[in-house]
Design a binder for this molecule. Structure first.
Ligand code: FAD
Length: 442
């Protein structure tokens, strides 16, 4: 059975969903509010009118890329399984590095869309305003084009791929409202030059914080990083830098411009930058409370994809975090495409509800807060992707990819956090990957 399916967003997730739905024989419309495909990978020097990203009337900017950004996964690991992210000098690729800059990723995604004909079903400049279930299990999608023309179209199913790196989450800091310095979120960070000679405090020490601290160190007078995953007494000068320190969390901010850390240190700062992640946000989705976002848990979702009560008509791709995004989206897309055609059968609604309940109970029992619902660790990632592959009866993550994921995470966060993009010790896995890629690239 073939369906008429709406996909919301033409980033990496929406593009691969589009490809898998078309391959399965469905008819597809991919709605994209921007002027080109690629989503987060379309760099812009523009920033939002509210640097913290909280003013509901701010002019929204989708991408959170900073100018210097190089990928944080090796390209062999990062690419779709059916379309390896290999350095293609002959196809206009200009950044051959194993961890290339962001422009290379955008080229790759746009080539993917063109080569598989997904670009033919994308409606650019078309923002989805409302998605709702109507009679007889059909979905109405209301959208607005660039010329302000509003249209409605009816679909059998909707796949939501609107991304979740655009709406900032902020750290709660006592006293911050009367602190006189400048506050911003990393969503609105682009280049280090405006921070020349300033004292900057970064709250958060994960992907963006790790990059931005190095970007800033060459310009700022001092960079202080507040991390919640270090001991309270932590106060460490960062190796290789004479103007950068790692601290425990910020305890409070004062009216006199000082900021106090849990380690007791007091710093008079010009800027606080929140590198504290993002919120899931579905302003267009009308489900009468069936799907909610509560403390950054999108739910209830069976295996992070299908709301049991609305399955299979509504699904989400790309919600889990700390995954290997592109091939992860690809497996979720294959599952959705197969379920929609009836080739793959979902459990009953009750069974899916029970599965979600059991998952939430397990999280609670392990002491994980709700907001970690969609954060996967390495064993969960492998278990989940193997499970998806079994559902789809397709190739899961290859053995080299599983091992490379492990070595890449270790290299980036433990062994060589400062230099992992240019030094590694998994050449044997690169060789295996390249051998594997021949079947897709020759
Ligand atoms: P997006 O790329 O955000 O695409 C969503 C699309 O939906 C956008 O084009 C948007 O315009 C569109 N859209 C939203 N709302 C609507 C609407 N109402 N109507 C129509 N269109 C809409 N991943 C990696 O694999 N490697 C990396 O090195 C890496 N580095 C990253 C660095 C940063 C700073 C960030 C923020 C993320 C990084 N990621 C990285 C994660 C990256 O975001 C994902 O890899 C992936 O690009 C997300 O794709 P997506 O399609 O889910 O979302």
């Amino acid at each position: 059975m073939f369906r008429h399916v709406a996909v919301i967003g033409a980033g990496a997730a929406g593009l691969v969903v589009g490809h898998e739905l078309l391959r399965e024989g469905h008819t597809v419309v991919v709605y994209e509010k921007g002027e080109q495909v690629g989503g987060s990978w379309i760099y812009t020097s523009e920033t939002e009118s509210d640097p913290l990203g909280v003013d509901p009337n701010r002019y929204p900017v989708h991408s959170s890329l900073y100018k210097s950004l190089r990928v944080n996964l090796p390209r062999e690991l990062m690419g779709f399984q059916a379309y390896p992210f290999v350095a293609r000098n002959d196809e206009g690729s200009v950044d051959l590095r194993r961890y290339p800059g962001h422009e290379e990723v955008l080229r790759y995604l746009q080539n993917f869309a063109r080569e598989f004909g997904v670009d033919q079903v994308v409606r650019l400049h078309t923002e989805v305003l409302n998605v709702r279930l109507v009679d007889s299990n059909k979905w109405k999608v209301k959208s607005r084009k660039k010329d302000d023309v509003v249209e409605e179209e009816t679909f059998d199913a909707v796949v939501v791929c609107n991304g979740h790196f655009s709406v900032p989450r902020l750290a709660q800091v006592p006293g911050i409202d009367s602190w006189p310095g400048k506050q911003m979120h990393s969503h609105n960070y682009r280049i280090p030059n405006p921070f020349q000679d300033q004292v900057v405090i970064l709250i958060g020490h994960y992907a963006s914080g790790l990059d931005i601290k190095r970007d800033l160190a060459g310009f700022a007078k001092e960079v202080h990083i507040a991390s919640r995953s270090v001991a309270d007494e932590t106060h460490e000068k960062q190796p290789g830098y004479d103007n950068m320190w790692l601290h425990s969390m910020v305890e409070r901010a004062n009216e006199d411009g000082t900021v106090v850390f849990r380690n007791g240190r007091v710093v008079s700062a010009d800027v606080i930058m929140h590198c504290t992640g993002y919120k899931y946000n579905y302003p267009f989705l009308e489900t009468n409370g069936i799907v909610t976002v509560d403390d950054n848990r999108v739910g209830p979702l069976y295996k992070h994809v299908f709301p049991p009560v609305l399955a299979p008509g509504l699904s989400f791709v790309g919600i889990p975090q700390k995954v290997i995004p592109f091939p992860f989206f690809e497996l979720q897309s294959k599952w959705i495409a197969g379920v929609l055609s009836g080739r793959i059968v979902l459990p009953s609604q009750d069974e899916m509800i029970e599965d979600v309940k059991a998952f939430y109970s397990k999280l609670e029992a392990s002491g994980k807060p709700k907001r970690y619902t969609h954060i996967m660790d390495y064993p969960q990632l492998i278990e989940y992707t193997d499970w998806l592959a079994a559902q789809c009866n397709c190739q899961g993550y290859e053995e080299w990819r599983k091992q490379m994921a492990y070595s890449a995470f270790k290299n980036a966060f433990i062994t060589r956090p400062g230099t992992y993009r240019d030094e590694w010790d998994d050449e044997h896995l690169v060789a295996e990957a390249n051998k594997d890629f021949i079947k897709y690239t020759s």
